[in-house]
Write a protein that binds this ligand. Structure first.
Ligand SMILES: NC(=O)c1ccc[n+]([C@@H]2O[C@H](COP(=O)([O-])OP(=O)(O)OC[C@H]3O[C@@H](n4cnc5c(N)ncnc54)[C@H](OP(=O)(O)O)[C@@H]3O)[C@@H](O)[C@H]2O)c1
Length: 341
């Protein structure tokens, strides 16, 4: 079976995807009888290319201006690309505006409207429009997959989709933001907040402006995603009660450590009557709590259901490669006829 892919964005993640696709092509064909080809790539400032016969990925990874590989009429913008790209599946990994979820949410919506399956690694569409986009995908019998949005390639959404059927998810507790977990670990080791942030920037886990992590926005987006996908909630990041780690001190982290606790930026989604609520706040966790074992850049969460009492998921070593892997698995599942709803 031949499946044509269109890439919206060609930064760290989708470049890693292009490499992984070439590396894994023989095993995907052998085990699943699927041949993928990339028929279009769109970027913000590095050009856009469509080739219905399949783009040369080696060339796409090496040239500066993708337009050199384009075959066909000129393209005006990303929506024009989405319309004209002859792909079965669009893979979206563009920039995220954490306050609005755009422009990715509109790119995903437009792709589904045009009858194309979607895989996204972008948290925006799932945190801001999960129910609308899922409804759209269901109406058109399309796949809308987002495995890499939380914990990168760790298969958490497929666990919910395929393995946690007919259960009530009662509660989720997690340490979901690796930057703040790294910073809190460094505070506990006797490093000041300023130094810990600089360290996190030096090893590439914190951005130049770290406020999105420090103020708990990224954690709020991720717990909103888990509440929406695991607990059928319809939360936006703004609905999450949020306290970041900006005011946490080295003394507080060390005091918790001295009494055997680990200070974590705890994300929780829970049921209160018929409502699902979520909050993010720094919290000292007992050593008996599996989340207290998550040090440095490791992340994880605990799901409590009415049947399986406690499922613990932990991961680490995340980055563009593992994110690309989650997107590849989503694309294979779409090709195998799986649907996300
Ligand atoms: N990096 C990770 O490990 C990781 C992990 C999980 C999730 N994610 C998510 O994956 C997404 C991509 O991450 P990344 O690290 O690959 O980002 P990146 O390196 O900044 O790449 C973003 C890509 O999107 C393109 N782009 C930006 N705005 C666009 C627009 N309006 N229309 C079309 N293309 C646009 C950029 O074009 P130019 O090339 O012209 O700049 C670039 O190719 C983000 O939403 C991120 O949160 C990333």
């Amino acid at each position: 079976m031949h499946i044509k892919l269109g890439l919206i964005g060609f930064g760290n993640v989708l470049r890693a995807f292009a490499e992984l696709l070439q590396f894994k092509a023989p095993i995907i064909e052998r085990d699943y009888d699927i041949q993928f080809s990339v028929v279009g790539i769109s970027t913000h400032s590095h050009g856009t290319a469509i080739d219905p016969n399949g783009l040369d990925l080696r060339a796409a990874l090496t040239i500066e201006a993708l337009g050199e590989l384009h075959h066909g009429e000129p393209l005006f913008d990303t929506f024009d690309f989405i319309e004209k790209c002859p792909a079965d599946v669009m893979l979206e990994a563009t920039w995220l505006d954490p306050k609005t979820g755009q422009p990715a949410t509109d790119y995903v919506g437009a792709s589904l409207e045009m009858g194309k399956h979607v895989v996204t690694a972008n948290k925006g569409p799932v945190a801001f429009a999960h129910s609308e986009l899922t409804r759209l995908a269901r109406e058109r019998n399309l796949g809308f997959f987002y495995e890499s949005t939380v914990m990168d390639g760790v298969p958490i959404h497929s666990m919910r989709r395929e393995g946690l059927l007919a259960v009530d998810v009662l509660k989720i507790r997690g340490v979901l933001n690796s930057t703040t977990n790294y910073i809190l670990t460094r505070l506990q080791q006797g490093i000041s907040m300023e130094e810990a942030i600089r360290d996190a920037q030096n090893i590439g886990v914190a951005e130049t402006d770290p406020s999105n992590d420090i103020d708990g926005w990224d954690a709020s987006i991720k717990i909103a995603i888990l509440a929406n996908t695991f607990m059928d909630a319809d939360l936006r990041p703004i609905d999450v009660e949020r306290t970041g780690i900006r005011n946490v001190t080295m003394e507080q982290a060390q005091a918790a450590h001295r009494v055997g606790k680990g200070l974590k930026l705890l994300c929780e989604a829970y049921r209160e009557g018929s409502e699902v609520k979520a909050r993010v706040q720094p919290m000292p966790l007992d050593s008996s709590d599996p989340l207290s074992l998550l040090e440095g850049t490791n992340t994880g969460f605990v799901v409590v259901t009415d049947i399986l009492n406690r499922i613990v998921v932990m991961g680490g070593d995340s980055g563009p490669d593992t994110t690309a892997y989650g997107m590849l698995v989503d694309a294979i599942n779409i090709a195998r006829g799986r649907r996300s709803w």
